[in-house]
Design a protein around this ligand. Structure first.
Ligand code: ACM
Ligand code: ZN
Length: 743
């Protein structure tokens, strides 16, 4: 190729820019604050602090403990005989959360109106100190400049589920420090669940002696509870740091632990054990029994006393209605109150609790299920099943917190939600009219802890992804992931100082299958430049020698790979398995009679004919899910082909309501008008739907006759409803498929 002048110019500019950037770092210091401030001006000089600093608290009793602690821990004295000073300037002209931070040669000036604004200023200042100082040097330096800053959303939350697994008070305090440092302002403390009750209530001692402890499947005991003193300590500490703690007391569902302690709270009154498995459970509070409301009002009275927040989260999600359908008390209530069905009964339940809490001066927050059966004024909706619930609530005039599973679930793995995805989150849905934008008060990221047994795992899941959420909720303006990612790199040292066992930004690698003319290739890529990829191919039952991945692998037959990423010479992440199938249905035209779920698309309409086979992780992007409907799928081939067999895989995980189908019928046709049955199968699935754990059932259908067809139709019958014996009886059931393999 001829050397082209324009390219040369671009290259020189790029090189020039790079060197400017590194000069910047030397002269200006690192201003890599997260979340990114609204306005930032920097100068090419430093302020040096060598022995001590004077903190001048001129205008009132402002709390600067975090700064004092930082300085004294770093052997800098605080006292009024030092020339370098921090001046606190309170001024009513600033908004509640707004602050300005100006660093000049001798003075650090903080402007703010409230302690909250000051806290944010201190967080920025602490980040600058941490980002610009090497440990061990006794001269502290700060880059000169000015920050003017305020948040774009006022609710910036982090949900921590302390019920599935219990986290010690010290862990909660550490997380409060981290939330403060990154300008999040709400700790949504999930305290009650099927698997454990975690808040001591004086009037109901069995919530501690029974509901806080479960017997695990292996017979061991697992438990934990926060005493009132613990809670007061956490709330006081949080409040000093500008964090609002909002407790969640779940109802009417996710309440099996309380029912295990006080069985009269359920519809049946029967003794049940505290759940020791994950999922959704059918034992919920009876809505027809007034003593349930007495219990909840007593509990809430004590809870309200502990938490100064104006808000109390009452849950409301995932409450199966099968017990209510069969309960005479619940049915009486429906009749007496003139309710239409169990959904309206749920609305009655929530409304009754809301009225009680309002009388205590509190507003409720509930998951988007509280919309079903009618939403009441003043309730805040937390939208998790996508953003639709949030949109509906905002349009009705209710306030909304967005935390959709698509962007905000930190329990999901990096394949589903990586740093870039969470960073790209905007709580305001693109199709919500601007008339209602003010009703979206912010967002939360949710940390459910079924698979998070300890603080190390918690750190690994939460960091660095929560930094993406912190920035999404605080910073306005254009998004630039590369720029954000560069800033994240320098924060790992800060996270280490806070003893955070942080995890990765993205999955070590991802793969794509692509077609060139008639050939197919698999390409394995990483978002991280420092990663090498090694793989082995399975031949028969064993994996052959290890190869380094250099470029796309040509697919001439079905392929089964074990792939491992390495970073800095060490294994990074775990071995992942990739399976592809080369078959006659690849890239045929696909039409659907029933729509697959927008949450499990396998990549869209071509997802079942792309050669990609699913793994045991049903969120791996290879599985297509059908929720509560059958699945009838028609493939149209380019020409008439001979069909020698059809293979299907079904995913099964009954805890997540993913079941084997009731039956499969396969038809074929030459003209798309007259259809013949190729195979009919109901036997394979009989009595298999009680299997525990995650599994994949692969089935091969063949037909003795020679079959020529241009069309193939696979018709799969969903069991539709979760069966009676299941905890979530009556809910819609899923079918999951990864590929229609045509031989
Ligand atoms: C939820 O994730 N069940 C709110
Ligand atoms: Zn009942």
């Amino acid at each position: 190729m001829k050397w082209n002048g324009r390219i040369a110019t671009v290259l020189i500019l790029l090189i020039f820019n790079l060197s400017v950037a590194s000069q910047d770092q030397l002269n200006d210091g690192n201003y890599g604050i997260i979340p990114k401030p609204l306005k930032l001006q920097k100068h090419h000089k430093w302020m040096y602090i060598s022995q001590g600093i004077d903190i001048q608290n001129r205008s009132g009793d402002w709390n600067t403990n975090r700064l004092n602690t930082y300085f004294t821990q770093n052997k800098l004295k605080v006292g009024n005989f030092f020339a370098k000073k921090i001046i606190l300037n309170q001024s009513e002209t600033y908004e509640q959360e707004e602050y300005a931070l100006t660093i000049s040669l001798d003075t650090i000036a903080l402007h703010f109106s409230t302690q909250t604004g000051l806290n944010h200023g201190i967080s920025s200042l602490l980040q600058l100190l941490l980002l610009n100082n090497d440990e061990g040097s006794y001269i502290y330096k700060l880059p000169l400049g000015k920050i003017e800053d305020s948040p774009s959303f006022k609710h910036r939350g982090f949900l921590l589920d302390c019920s599935r697994h219990f986290f010690e008070k010290e862990t909660i305090l550490k997380y409060i420090d981290l939330l403060t440092l990154y300008k999040m302002n709400v700790l949504h403390w999930h305290l009650t669940e099927d698997q454990g009750w975690r808040i001591a209530i004086d009037k109901y001692p069995k919530l501690e002696s029974i509901a806080s402890k479960r017997t695990e499947l292996d017979g061991s005991e697992y438990g934990g509870i926060y005493s009132k003193a613990d809670i007061r300590e956490v709330v006081a500490y949080a409040s000093k740091n500008g964090i609002e703690v909002i407790p969640e007391i779940e109802m009417p569902g996710h309440s099996q632990a309380a029912i295990a302690a006080y069985p009269h709270l359920s519809c049946t009154g029967k003794q049940v054990a505290i759940a020791n498995d994950w999922g959704v459970f059918k034992e919920i509070y009876c809505a027809g029994n007034d003593s349930v409301f007495t219990f909840l009002e007593d509990v809430l009275t004590e809870v309200v006393d502990l938490f100064p927040s104006k808000y109390l989260h009452i849950g409301g999600d995932e409450a199966p209605k099968s017990r209510w359908e069969a309960c005479s008390k619940c049915q009486n209530r429906i009749e007496e109150e003139g309710l239409k069905d169990e959904h309206e009964l749920q609305a009655y339940f929530i409304k009754r609790i809301q009225t009680f809490l309002n009388s205590k001066g509190k507003e409720i927050i509930g998951w988007d299920e509280i919309l079903e059966g009618g939403l009441t004024e003043g309730a805040i909706v937390q939208s998790w099943r996508g953003v639709e619930g949030g949109i509906a609530a905002a349009k009705q005039g209710n306030k909304v917190i967005m935390s959709p599973t698509s962007h905000a679930y930190l329990d999901y793995d990096l394949k589903a939600i990586n740093l870039e995805k969470i960073y790209s989150f905007n709580p305001i849905p693109t199709d919500l009219s601007s008339d209602f934008h003010a009703n979206i008060i912010g967002g939360e990221c949710n940390m459910w802890t079924e698979h998070v047994p300890d603080e190390k795992t918690l750190d690994y899941k939460v960091f660095p992804r929560i930094l993406g959420m912190a920035e999404a909720l605080w910073s306005s303006g254009e998004k630039d992931f590369q720029e954000f990612r560069d800033r994240v790199q320098v924060h790992y040292a800060i996270l280490s100082e806070y003893n955070v066992n942080y995890g990765s930004e993205s999955e070590p690698f991802y793969y794509e299958i692509f077609t060139r003319r008639d050939s197919m290739f698999i390409a394995i890529n990483s978002l991280d430049k420092n990663i090498n990829i090694l793989y082995q191919e399975k031949v028969g039952y064993r994996f052959n020698t290890t190869k380094e991945y250099k470029g796309p692998i040509y697919l001439e037959k079905d392929l089964d790979l074990g792939v491992q990423a390495y970073k800095n010479g060490k294994a990074y992440g775990s071995v992942e398995y990739i399976q592809t199938k080369i078959h006659k249905g690849l890239h045929s035209a696909v039409t659907y009679q029933d729509q697959y779920s927008p949450y499990y698309t396998a990549g869209g309409d071509t997802g079942l004919v792309d050669g990609k086979i699913g793994t045991l992780d049903f969120k791996d992007g290879s599985w297509q899910g059908f929720y509560g409907t059958d699945a009838e799928i028609t493939l149209t081939f380019d020409s008439v082909i001979e069909i020698k067999g059809v293979e299907l895989n079904f995913y099964q995980y009954i805890n997540s309501w993913i079941f084997l189908p009731e039956g499969v019928k396969i038809y074929y046709s030459k003209n798309g008008k007259r259809w013949k049955l190729y195979e009919k199968d109901t036997n394979t699935f009989k009595d298999k739907n009680k299997t525990r754990g995650k599994s994949i059932l692969g089935i091969q259908y063949t037909n003795e006759k020679k079959t020529n067809a241009k069309y193939l139709r696979v018709s799969i019958k969903n069991i539709k409803k979760v069966p009676d014996w299941h905890e979530a009886a009556g809910s819609d059931a899923w079918i999951f498929m990864d590929e229609i393999i045509v031989r």
